[in-house]
Structures are given as C-alpha cells and as structure tokens.
Design a protein around this ligand. Structure first.
Ligand SMILES: *Cc1c(COP(=O)(O)O)cnc(C)c1O
Length: 485
C-alpha cells in the first residue's frame, strides 16, 4: 500500500479547479498525475503506463511525442514563439491558412450551391471558432438582407462549446440550463439518434441501430418542416449549425448515411448558411472511407457527405493535439460583406491576443503533413478495421445496448437491459464506474453519461486496440457482474 500522496497530486487538489468535474468527488481520491507520453501511451508519476483511449479528450491525432511535430515546434521556438496578428503577418500562420484552404477543397462539389472555403480566421479553441462563425453568420445575414433578426437552428443534444454564444447554439440541458438567463434563443430539431428514435419500429438487435432501424426518415421530414415553418414566419433561418456525421458530447450520436446531405440541401434551399462544427470530427477522425490507400481521402466529415459548409470550425486535432489553436474557415462572399472604407466600420471587430500564434501554426503544419502522407492514411484505414473487428465480441455483454463506430471513434452505450434499452439513471454513474475500472487496468477514457468513448490516437497499434476493447469488456463485466448472453 502506498501511504504518501504524490506531491503534485496534493498541490493539484489544494489549488486546481478541473473542467466539467464535480470537485467534491475529485478531492476524495488521489488523482492520476501524468508526467509523460509517447505514442498512444501516457505515464503517471508512479511510473504506471496507460493507453490514451480518448486521445486526451479527442485532441491527439498522431500520438504523443511525435518526432515531426516536436521538432517543428522546437524549430519555431528557435525563431520566435509569438508575435501579434493585430497589424502583423507571420510565416507559419500564412502557410497554415494556405494549407487549410487546400485541405478544405471539396473534390466533387455535387451538392447544388456548395461554396468554396477561401478565408481563414484563427483563434485558440473550439468554442471560440464557433463563436466566430456565429458572429460572422449573424452579421452576414443582416448585411446581405437575408434577415434583420437572424435565427439559428441546431440539433438536439448539440454541443458547440462553452462560451455564451456557443452555449446558446447547444442543447444539452445538463450543461446549459443553468445559464439560460445569459443566452439567446436558438431552435432545435431532433437529432437522428437511431438507437433511441421514437419513430424506429425495430426491436433492439445485437448490432449498431443504424443497421436495423425501421423508419420513414422522419428526422429529415422534421428538418424540412422546421425550415418551412420558419420561412413562412417571414424570417428564414440564417444558419443551420451541426456536427457532421457524429455528434460528440451528445453521446457519440451518429447520423445515418445521407442524412446530412439531405438536411444540408433543405437548409440551403431555404436560404440558411451551413455552419459545420468539425471541432471533433475534423482531420480524419471520421475515417478515410472507401477507395485506394494512397488516394487523398477527405479530412473533414462534411465532405464525406458531399457537403461543403459556408463556415467550418476546427480546433481539437488542428495541431495534432499539441497546442491550443482553432480556425474558422469561410467564403469569399462572407469576407466581402465586411469590406468597406475604414469609416464605414464594417470591420469584423473580434480577435484574440494569441490569434495566429506561431508555435501552434507550426505544429498544425507538421500535423497536416503527417495526415496527408500515404503511411498515415494506411494506418488510419487499418485502425478503423481493427477497431470494428475488436468491438464485435462485446455484443455478448448484456449491458451494452448500442455500439456505434464512425471511422476512428466509437460510442458504446451502457443499458440495464439490452432488450428493453432501459437506461441507467445518471446518478448511478454507470459510465464513470466503468471508466474507473478501466483506468485501474491501464486504459484511460472519459464517459459521456452512459456512453463510453473509444477514440484512439491514429498511431495506436492493433495490439493496443485489442487491449483497449478487451479492457472495456472486462470492466463492464466487473462493474455490473456477469451479464453474458
Ligand atoms: C470540444 C468541442 C467544442 C469546444 O471546443 P473547446 O476547444 O473545448 O472549446 C466545440 N464543438 C465540438 C463538436 C467539440 O467536440
């Protein structure tokens, strides 16, 4: 038995306040203190190794201490760490903007009205990237005469960050209700959550609900209705805000194939701008899709549905998960709406001290180069296949109700009984207990309510995936007792 608490754990508990954490629980037990990381592994102050099964909260792409990113940051540090983007340009930021615009080109713009993303506004985090998109879309709608009082529509369960504007676009009561008085109103439509969809007539099966759902795509119909009702009110929605292919913080809610393409087309035909929150999904997280290994696959989830948004918010994986940086991409049209003589004051009055930070931009450039290499593409393809294969045996665990994988991310939903889909009450802390059991066995991830997230770094080896998934299975069995089918 260890008797002495780690010095750093003590300081942490004495002084720090952790995000999204009930600090009363935090103070009850000694926290894991991370001191280093390499590849998909994190090491704590006692020398114990863990697999980083959620990529350090969805940020890390290529693993820790990747030599190319580390040396890119070091090289940049040898020149300058930061100078202001207010009034000054710099090399890595300019190169990064070019690289992002190139990566965000839609190869086959087959959806009518798909625009080009040509301008990049840099900031520091995902919430801010969304806040920028929101402000730009709002002002663009007013200046272009689309609406005097722009309104936004987003999906149920949406999470777009924690700043007041981003929270206003979100619909997670647990996080957002308390701040109701600070927020502006935005509307929502049901998310296509096949597993718990009220229109799904199918009995639960031992498969991803998207594969056996029986419905008439009522979710698309409801989207159509929402847009047309709002248009008839004489104030069409200025923007449709969405996490493409998979909603993250909502509980890893995937969209059935074709959903985004159809709803995007409906939104467009009603005059709404498309605001894609690719903070979690961007940079290859949703998979490389079909096709030859060396062909450059789309890096963004929207593009997998043939959708090019008017605004694209990027953060988490932008720097490979090494430094805080974010970007909001938009169109020439939006950019032009902010041009004018100085004294017209059409300027976009928004910015941050660390906008265009050189260290972040250098890391991002290195990360994008890795992403576009044939080796990384092949690695991601293999990882997706391995993860899919390894998850299959978990269908024999009766407390697993749904497993939904999109590319390199999977949500595993815990239930009391797979046949009735009865959920655990939040106060039972089912997800938290399973993740604690996993941590004891050397695998770190964080639940979203009753959903366990597996989101391995792209460098994760097949044997590491096997460990992540088998540890999850063992932990569920240990926490709930044997529940074999
Ligand atoms: C994490 C996240 C955000 C917020 O990003 P931060 O960098 O944490 O502010 C916004 N949208 C989505 C979809 C996210 O997953």
């Amino acid at each position: 038995m260890k008797t002495q608490k780690n010095h750093l754990a003590r300081l942490d508990q004495k002084y720090l306040w952790h995000p999204f954490t009930q600090m009363q629980d935090w103070l009850k037990r000694e926290p894991i203190v991370i001191v280093s990381g390499k590849g998909a592994t994190l090491r704590d102050a006692n020398g114990k190794d863990y697999l980083d099964a959620n990529s350090s909260i969805w940020t890390n792409l290529h693993g820790h201490q990747h030599p190319a990113i580390t040396s890119a940051i070091q090289r940049q540090l040898g020149r300058i760490a930061h100078s202001s983007a207010l009034g000054l340009a710099n090399e890595p930021a300019a190169l990064l903007a070019e690289k992002l615009v190139g990566a965000a080109r839609l190869p086959q713009p087959d959806l009518k009205g798909n625009p080009k993303l040509e301008k990049v506004f840099l900031s520091d985090n995902g919430s801010t990237a969304m806040e920028v998109a929101l402000k730009l879309a709002y002002e663009y709608a007013r200046r272009s005469g689309l609406s005097k009082n722009p309104k936004f529509l987003s999906l149920e369960g949406a999470y777009h960050g924690d700043t007041v504007g981003a929270v206003s676009l979100g619909h997670i009561d647990l996080f957002h209700k308390a701040y109701g008085g600070l927020l502006f109103r935005s509307d929502k439509i049901p998310a296509p959550y096949c597993y718990r969809c009220p229109f799904n007539k199918a009995k639960p099966q031992r498969a991803d609900a998207r594969e056996y759902v029986q419905c008439k795509r009522e979710c698309v119909g409801l989207a159509e209705k929402a847009f047309s009702v709002q248009r008839k009110k004489g104030n069409p929605y200025a923007g449709f805000v969405f996490e493409p292919l998979m909603q993250g913080a909502a509980g890893m809610i995937p969209q059935p194939k074709g959903y985004l393409r159809d709803v995007a087309e409906i939104a467009r035909s009603n005059g709404a701008q498309l605001i894609a929150d690719e903070v979690m999904t961007g940079f290859g997280r949703t998979g490389v899709g079909e096709g030859r290994a060396t062909k450059a696959p789309p890096l963004f989830a929207s593009h997998q549905e043939g959708v090019q948004p008017d605004f694209m918010a990027l953060a988490k994986g932008l720097t490979g998960g090494y430094l805080p940086m974010a970007a909001t991409l938009t169109t020439q049209r939006v950019f032009d709406a902010f041009l004018g003589k100085y004294e017209e004051f059409k300027t976009f009055f928004h910015g941050h001290s660390f906008t265009g930070n050189q260290l972040g931009a250098a890391a991002a450039l290195a990360s994008m180069e890795i992403l576009q290499s044939p080796k990384s593409i092949q690695e991601r393809r293999n990882l997706e296949t391995t993860l899919r294969k390894q998850l299959q045996p978990l269908w024999s665990v009766s407390q697993i109700g749904d497993m939904r994988q999109v590319g390199l991310v999977a949500g595993i939903e815990l239930v009391k009984n797979w046949q009735t889909k009865e959920p655990f009450a939040l106060r039972e802390r089912a997800g938290i207990r399973v993740c604690e059991a996993m941590a004891k066995r050397g695998v770190l991830t964080r639940p979203i309510g009753n959903v366990i997230v597996l989101m391995p770094p792209y460098c994760t080896t097949a044997s590491e995936v096997v460990r992540m998934v088998s540890t999850l299975g063992e932990s569920v069995r240990q926490v709930f007792g044997k529940g074999e089918l």
